[in-house]
Design a protein around this ligand. Structure first.
Ligand SMILES: O=C(O)CCC(=O)C1=CC=C[C@@H](O)[C@@H]1C(=O)O
Ligand SMILES: [Mg+2]
Length: 369
């Protein structure tokens, strides 16, 4: 693959509303975008690190540092035939999956454009539409939450993910279940509980939840295996899974019955696909999580979700969920049936609105490769 330049750019984006989880509140984002070019096409990637280390240890600053000082020097002059080649090239850099993932995504987009194929096609995707769920932050009370769910169910969302934390947990979920007996409902705890809360999870187990996402520590798979053995509701791992190896070990231990695959959290599309394949072999359905991405990251998420074992609706909500104005055209939209169409155009299949991107750019640096 010919690559002449790599550009790092951050853009300032304000969310439509503050989003609260058990680890904090997100309302503005500085988002790192990666552009790679061969002089003819531009491939785009998005690094999903936040400005703070509360969901993951990586931040925008650490990602810029790792890309500039370690990833670019390793890529320079290397012979890259296919985006999956960078996995072994970058392996000596321990962890920093989000930094690697942003670059990996840009290379996949460039590669697909060079092949005149869609990203979904080069990844081996088979679906033309993907089912969509919505993630709802912690609300001030259960009435507000129920009102919101009602709106989203009517809009067509196929899965409702409710953020929980100690004190905003079983009682809330129980009232939601009573209000929506037939809706596909799941909870995401972002690691806010411990095995001491086993009785609480046994109560949640009576609510017919689709899954409980990352109930226990962000770096744990052992306690999760004990919890999974004690309840019927599938445990889903998010924060605990950073690689194929993490997934293999979690499956072997019985720590989960599904995995939320976030491309950035696992270091890119190649690793995400490997985890997808491993889960398929083990009859474990997967789904694609969101990280409040711009349309660039969203387009990558939709492309990976077109692989067959992404059978659970993902957090791949349309652009308008978080942004008044996204940075891509056309924006990602959802059908009344709660699906997003997989782009068929080359690469990620969306055009970047350069004027808008330039107007919100905070930092910009280009490196010749
Ligand atoms: O992008 C989306 O719609 C998903 C939002 C979401 O639930 C999350 C985004 C980022 C970090 C976490 O708070 C959380 C998650 O854990 O999945
Ligand atoms: Mg999560």
């Amino acid at each position: 693959m010919k690559i002449t330049d790599l550009t790092l750019r951050t853009v300032d984006m304000t969310m439509k509303f503050p989003f609260e989880t058990s680890v904090g509140i997100t309302d503005t984002r500085e988002i790192l975008l990666i552009e790679v070019t061969d002089g003819e096409y531009v491939g785009y990637g998005e690094c999903v690190a936040d400005i703070d280390p509360y969901y993951s240890e990586e931040t925008v600053e650490t990602a810029i540092h790792i890309i500039k000082d370690f990833i670019i020097p390793r890529l320079k002059g290397a012979s890259i035939q296919h985006p999956s080649d960078i996995s072994s090239l970058l392996a000596p850099i321990r962890r920093h999956q989000m930094a690697k993932g942003g670059v990996d995504c840009a290379l996949w987009d460039l590669y697909a454009k060079q092949q005149a194929k869609s990203l979904s096609e080069v990844l081996g995707g088979t679906k033309t539409e993907v089912p969509v769920g919505i993630s709802i932050g912690i609300q001030k009370d259960v009435e507000t939450l129920i009102e919101k769910i009602n709106v989203y169910v009517n809009e067509g969302y196929q899965k409702i993910k409710i953020k929980i934390k100690p004190g905003f947990d079983y009682e809330i979920l129980k009232q939601v279940r009573e209000a929506f007996p037939a809706v596909s409902i799941m909870a995401d705890a972002n690691s806010a509980f411990t095995l001491q809360d086993l009785e609480l999870f046994k109560k949640m187990d009576t609510l017919n939840l689709l899954m409980i996402e990352q109930p226990l520590a962000h770096d744990d798979i052992v306690d999760h295996s004990k919890l999974q053995a004690a309840i019927q509701t599938p445990v889903c791992l998010d924060e605990s899974i950073h690689s194929f190896e993490d997934a293999r070990k979690a499956i072997e231990l019985g720590s989960c019955k599904t995995i939320n695959i976030k491309i950035g959290r696992v270091g890119g599309l190649f690793e995400a696909k490997q985890i997808h394949d491993l889960c398929a072999e083990n009859n474990i359905p997967v789904w694609c999580g969101g990280m409040f991405e711009t349309g660039i990251g969203r387009a990558h998420n939709v492309a990976i979700s077109s692989l067959h074992n992404f059978s659970i609706p993902g957090d791949t909500a349309p652009s308008a969920r978080y942004w008044d104005k996204d940075i891509i055209e056309p924006e990602i939209t959802m059908s009344e049936a709660g699906t997003v169409a997989v782009p068929t155009e080359q690469g990620i299949g969306v055009t970047v609105d350069q004027t808008h991107v330039d107007s919100i750019t905070k930092r910009l640096e280009t490196f010749s490769m």
